[in-house]
Design a protein around this ligand. Structure first.
Ligand SMILES: Nc1nc2c(ncn2[C@@H]2O[C@H](COP(=O)(O)OP(=O)(O)O)[C@@H](O)[C@H]2O)c(=O)[nH]1
Ligand SMILES: [Mg+2]
Length: 385
């Protein structure tokens, strides 16, 4: 879990008092986090997790020893199955259609390749990606390297995996030795920023980090409230000021507060009104600049959240936000609700930005570390559900 960054060594931090001091006025602390669903905890350490990640606090070690070890393997299967189920809309509209197309066909001809092209476009793999895939197939056919549709499906899977891997750079980030790890979350309204922040916070808390959320979307009172609900659910502080406050100054104060209290991870929510409005981008740039004034290398991650149901619009959002604030990581949400999961392939091919997480539902546990191989397997897997 959370294999995309290297964890801070926790040695010596165990002496620290467990409870955070309450945030003045906006106190949101609950004990519910003690009851985090065990499922997340049982997940095996990510393959890419560095050695330092094994330096878990004593309390966490004791907790994990209480759990039977054979559950680990069982859970990998269960989690994969869940991912597969949640991706079923994309699987049936994309790989399912490819299967239908190939059914009973013995040769690969132009008509078949044209039909394949249409399926790939419909699944939102994008024009460029589709063209590359179909061209690669056509070349192989011309060179007599590809004779039957079953082999073509294999080529398709390999190529897709290649595109996704091209931007797969896990564990690139290292949590700072000193001071909080600051994540700034951006994206247009409704893509799932706040929900992703809540789910991400839950992951960090489950791995033993202290986390604070910052309500940087000060334009709507409802946005602050929604973040507070997530804070309560996860059992962590939410730093906020009155609605309408200048987001940069809220963030500045929040970083000061988090630094003083030695918080491990600070996640900042931001507003997401239409990305075409220049002033939103200016606002985000300002928030980013202000962060660096308080903590010199912050934000350590600028995460763009993209709603995968929006199709090609997501690609243009990635372009616009990248130009404004240098996106360092992506999360694609709502993959459970769309047949257009091919957007992932498109985004990986178009941008060299790693996908950190995928959202596959609305609950706390529905955020998965993105794993290119696992994703492609889940998409192409033919075994019974
Ligand atoms: N099905 C599904 N719904 C999601 C997912 N992520 C977020 N949502 C829903 O999308 C809606 C908007 O999310 P929100 O976090 O408020 O978006 P924000 O405006 O970007 O902060 C909410 O109803 C969420 O429950 C996901 O991965 N799957
Ligand atoms: Mg929000």
């Amino acid at each position: 879990m959370l294999g995309w960054f290297k964890k801070k060594l926790k040695i010596g931090k165990q002496e620290k008092p467990a409870a955070l001091e309450p945030v003045p006025e906006e106190k949101v602390v609950q004990e519910e986090h003690l009851a985090v669903p065990v499922e997340e905890k049982k997940q095996p350490a990510s393959v890419s997790a560095p050695d330092t990640a094994r330096e878990v606090p004593v309390a966490a070690q004791e907790k994990s020893e209480e759990q039977p070890t054979n559950i680990l393997h069982e859970d990998v299967g269960v989690l994969f199955k869940r991912l597969k189920t949640r991706l079923s809309k994309t699987r049936s509209s994309f790989v399912g259609k490819v299967d239908e197309l190939f059914l009973g066909k013995k040769v690969i001809d132009d008509e078949l390749l044209d039909d394949l092209e249409e399926i790939l476009i419909t699944a939102d793999l994008g024009v460029g990606t589709t063209q590359d895939l179909v061209d690669a197939a056509r070349q192989k056919v011309d060179r007599n390297e590809l004779s039957d549709p079953a082999a073509l499906k294999k080529v398709l899977k390999e190529k897709i995996s290649e595109f996704i891997h091209s931007s797969d750079q896990s564990a690139e980030l290292v949590m700072p030795d000193e001071g909080p790890f600051v994540i700034m979350v951006v994206g247009v309204n409704g893509v799932g920023k706040t929900t992703t922040i809540g789910k991400m916070a839950h992951k960090f808390v489950s791995s033993g980090q202290s986390v604070m959320l910052v309500a940087g979307d000060t334009f709507r009172a409802a946005a602050v409230e929604q973040l507070k609900i997530w804070g309560e659910r996860v059992g962590i502080d939410v730093f906020s000021q009155q609605s309408g406050a200048d987001p940069s100054s809220v963030v500045f104060d929040a970083l000061e507060y988090g630094k003083k209290r030695d918080i491990d991870v600070i996640i900042v929510d931001t507003a997401g009104r239409l990305h075409t409005k220049v002033n939103l981008m200016e606002e985000l740039k300002k928030i980013k600049r202000v962060m660096a004034k308080k903590i010199s290398d912050a934000p350590h991650e600028v995460m763009l959240v993209i709603d995968s149901t929006t199709g090609q619009n997501g690609v243009s959002q990635a372009r616009l936000f990248s130009q404004a604030v240098d996106i360092t990581g992506l999360t694609l949400t709502k993959l459970d609700g769309t047949a257009k999961g091919g957007i992932i392939v498109n985004i990986c091919r178009e941008f060299n930005i790693p996908i950190r997480f995928i959202g596959i539902g609305e609950q706390m546990n529905d955020l998965r570390d993105f794993d290119a191989d696992e994703f492609v397997e889940a998409l192409f897997d033919e075994s019974e559900e």
